[in-house]
Structures are given as structure tokens and as C-alpha cells.
Write a protein that binds this ligand. Structure first.
Ligand code: ATP
Length: 317
């Protein structure tokens, strides 16, 4: 029915190589790495196969080039990524604390990503799309939120499907209008991909059973719950839950695991794979991501995932 599309921020990520709090002194940094949750999702989607296209904006600078080159090399359609002559590509500085929490310094609000809007190229792509994946993080940018709202209407009208990853980032403000749009999108989505307390938040109900009942009542057909080192579980109305344990790997940088999991899961399902097969590829994609520094560096082709799956034990439940 047409490509999988995702709308939102394209950034570079620059990360501290030492664990600690904040950025209040000079320190060694690694990067820039291509990043932005929607871009990571699309990159992993494209690497699996099937067609995947990104709607976003970068500056006319090296950070933009880095992202465009990576996405194109990995097979994503970049025709609807605008190159803004006046504003720079967005950036995120990240540092891990000893307890695994992350400190971020974002520049999105004054970047090209914040000026993302509906263009002829966007209209053309959305008019051909078969699936829209929504990243909650993108909804905090008014321009992207408007494009997502319009794209959701078009894709639904032509019989396409929608998935939502709540991807709530406390550093990116969410106001009441954003909250309403998020809730509306959850209400029309086919597949929800939450992690942790995002399940309860998206459902507006407390506890897994109540949250799932509420979501299925609203018409959601499948929930893929991401559980970090505990793997992932897929729930669907009237079916027993299907669980996949995580792969046993050494975690270096967890950023991007959920986005790569989602990209692989959506691509596999759209290629017609059954839930357990898609779950295996998605948990493998998530695990590969945490082994490497940089959120998009673990994104993998199906052949690379097959080799990883054959060589890597699962964490015992
Ligand atoms: P993020 O917001 O950091 O991108 P998330 O919270 O959305 O991630 P996670 O549950 O952390 O999502 O990760 C997605 C999937 O990646 C998990 O379901 C799991 O299969 C895999 N994964 C994540 N962390 C690890 C890990 N340390 N070891 C092995 N697999 C992991």
C-alpha cells in the first residue's frame, strides 16, 4: 500500500565518553552521530527492507549532510527532507549518570527541525504512504505536530495503518494541546509501542490489564511493550501474550534501542511476518543498538540480524 513514513526531528547526538552529571566542565565527547528518534526508526526500517521514507528538515550544514548521507546509504527515501538555508541542524548533547539516567541539552526549538512544515514533496509522499509511524517526541514541535495530524488523516482515509511510540521525553515540553493530539493518535492507531510507564500514560489507566483493556476498547489492535533487559511482549485482543526475552549483550549506550526495536518490528510486520518472528528481529535490533555508542550505529540489515541471532544467547527469564 506504499511506504512507511515517519515525521519529526533529525538531529546529531554528541555524547560524553565519561559517566557523570551534566556538562558544567570541559570533557571528552564522542560524535556527532546521526540521530533523532524518527530518523533512527526510519533508518532501521529501511535496513530491514520494504520502503521507508522520512519527513523532516535539516540545516545546510555538515550535521545535516551526515544524516542525509546515512539515511540514503541505508536505503531510506529522503526526498521529503527539507534543507533549510537559514537554520542549523538540531543537536542533542547526552551524558549518562552512574544510575543510568541521562542528562540532555537539546537544540531543537531553534533548529531546522522546528521549521518543518507541509510542502508539495510532503504532500506527494503522504499521498502514497501505506503506514505512518508517530514518535511522541515529534509532537512537541508545533510544525511537526501539524504535519503528523494531517498525515494521519490522509493515511487513515486511504486505508493505511498507524503506529505510535509514545517516546515521552521530559526534557521536551508537552502542553495540553499536544496531550490531546497524542491521545487522539493513540485512539486511531493500529499498533502501540510503549515502554515502562508509557503504557499506562497512553491508555489513561493504571496497571497493565486495565491499560490494555482500555486501548483495545479504543480500537488498538496490537501493543508491543518494550521491557529493556526483560525483552518485549506483544499483546492483542483475544490472544495470549507473546514474549521474547532480550539477547545477552553488554550495554554501552542504551539510547536508540526503542527506536530501532520499533523500526524493525514495524518493517517486519509490514512485510507480513508473524508476531514471534518480528519480535525476534526487533529484540535483536534493540540489543545491537545498546552495544554501540551512538543511537543509529546498531541499525542492521536482516542478514546482519540473522547472524546476530544465530550467535547470541538470550537472557534467561
Ligand atoms: P530508548 O528510549 O532508550 O530508545 P525504550 O525505553 O523505548 O528505549 P527499551 O525497552 O529500553 O525501549 O529497548 C527496546 C528493546 O531493545 C527491548 O525490548 C529489548 O529487546 C532491547 N534492549 C534494550 N536494552 C537492552 C539490553 N541492555 N540488553 C539487551 N537488549 C536490550
Amino acid at each position: 500500500l506504499g511506504p512507511t513514513i515517519c515525521v519529526g526531528e533529525i538531529l546529531v547526538e554528541i555524547m560524553a565518553t565519561s559517566v557523570g552529571e551534566g556538562f558544567l566542565a570541559p570533557m571528552d565527547l564522542a560524535g556527532p552521530y546521526p540521530s533523532g528518534a524518527p530518523a533512527i526508526f526510519i533508518d532501521q526500517c529501511a535496513k530491514i527492507g520494504g520502503s521507508a521514507a522520512m519527513i523532516g528538515a535539516v540545516g545546510r550544514d555538515d550535521f545535516g549532510r551526515l544524516n542525509l548521507d546515512r539515511l540514503a546509504a541505508d536505503g531510506a527515501d529522503i526526498s521529503a527532507i527539507a534543507v533549510d538555508p537559514d537554520y542549523p541542524t538540531g543537536s542533542a548533547f547526552v551524558r549518562y549518570r552512574a544510575d543510568g539516567a541521562r542528562d540532555f541539552v537539546y537544540n531543537i526549538a531553534t533548529s531546522a527541525a522546528a521549521r518543518l512544515g507541509w510542502t508539495d514533496r510532503v504532500a506527494d509522499l503522504v499521498g502514497r504512504a501505506g503506514h505512518l509511524h508517530v514518535m511522541g517526541s515529534a509532537l512537541s514541535m508545533p510544525g511537526a505536530a501539524r504535519v503528523i495530524e494531517r498525515a494521519a488523516e490522509v493515511v487513515k482515509r486511504r486505508g493505511g495503518t498507524i503506529s505510535v511510540d509514545p517516546n515521552l521525553r521530559k526534557e521536551l515540553a508537552h502542553d495540553a494541546a499536544t496531550g490531546r493530539l497524542f491521545s487522539d493518535l493513540v485512539g486511531i492507531c493500529d499498533l502501540l509501542l510503549p515502554s515502562g510507564d508509557e503504557l499506562d500514560h497512553a491508555a489513561g489507566a493504571a496497571g497493565t490489564d486495565a491499560a490494555l483493556a482500555r486501548l483495545f476498547d479504543r480500537g488498538v489492535k496490537e501493543v508491543a511493550l518494550k521491557q529493556g533487559r526483560a525483552g518485549a511482549t506483544v499483546f492483542a485482543p483475544g490472544c495470549p501474550p507473546q514474549h521474547a526475552p532480550a539477547f545477552a549483550v553488554t550495554e554501552l549506550d542504551p539510547t536508540g534501542a526503542g527506536d530501532c526495536f520499533g523500526g524493525a518490528y514495524v518493517a517486519c510486520r509490514r512485510l507480513g511476518m508473524a508476531v514471534p518472528v518480528a519480535l525476534t528481529y526487533a529484540t535483536a535490533a534493540g540489543a545491537r543498538t545498546v552495544m554501540r555508542r551512538g543511537p543509529m550505529e546498531g541499525a542492521a540489515t536482516r542478514a546482519e540480524l540473522d547472524a546476530f541471532i544465530a550467535a547470541t544467547p538470550r537472557i534467561a527469564p
